[in-house]
Ligand binder design. Structure first.
Ligand SMILES: [Zn+2]
Length: 157
């Protein structure tokens, strides 16, 4: 099933953890409609801007899968509102900076995740927050800091 011209439901529900542990990861119709909105409002414009494929590392997560991967208890991945993505041939900071500061896209949250991928969300349940964050590790836990201007590079602490 296609969610939008360049994204499929299968990309959003594929999970190695779910497969390995036999966990269910099937979204309902409400979640699917939210994933469509994320694709149309955010991911398709990203693909269009960079003109290369966008890889979805993690999209929808059932509660069981989210727990198994150590996701936040309030993760928007469980709502069908978030995706972790990379863009072929581009660094994470390039993708992050464009979405967060130059695109004009009405995203909810964008997170620079350790220089490895960009987490981006979009919601239809309330106004989007346009909140830019970066994740960092502190004493073994993940914390988030607000980002107010474009990041120089990916290897920030
Ligand atoms: Zn994420």
């Amino acid at each position: 099933m296609k969610l939008s011209p360049h994204f499929t439901l299968a990309e959003f529900t594929r999970s190695e953890t779910a497969a390995r542990r036999g966990l269910p990861n099937q979204p309902g119709n409400l979640h699917i409609s939210r994933m469509r909105a994320l694709c149309v409002q955010i991911l398709e414009p990203v693909r269009e801007h960079f003109s290369v494929p966008v890889t979805v590392i993690s999209g929808y997560r059932s509660q069981q899968v989210n727990r198994a991967v150590g996701g936040s208890q309030t993760s928007q991945h469980m709502q069908g509102e978030a995706a972790d993505v990379t863009v072929w041939g581009y660094g994470v900071a390039d993708v992050y900076n464009w979405i967060a500061f130059y695109s004009g896209l009405d995203y909810d949250q964008i997170i620079h995740e350790f220089g490895s991928w960009v987490h981006v969300s979009f919601t239809e349940r309330r106004p989007n927050r346009n909140m830019a964050l970066r994740a960092y590790r502190h004493n073994g836990t993940t914390r988030y800091a607000r980002v107010y201007e474009p990041l120089d590079r990916d290897d920030i602490a």
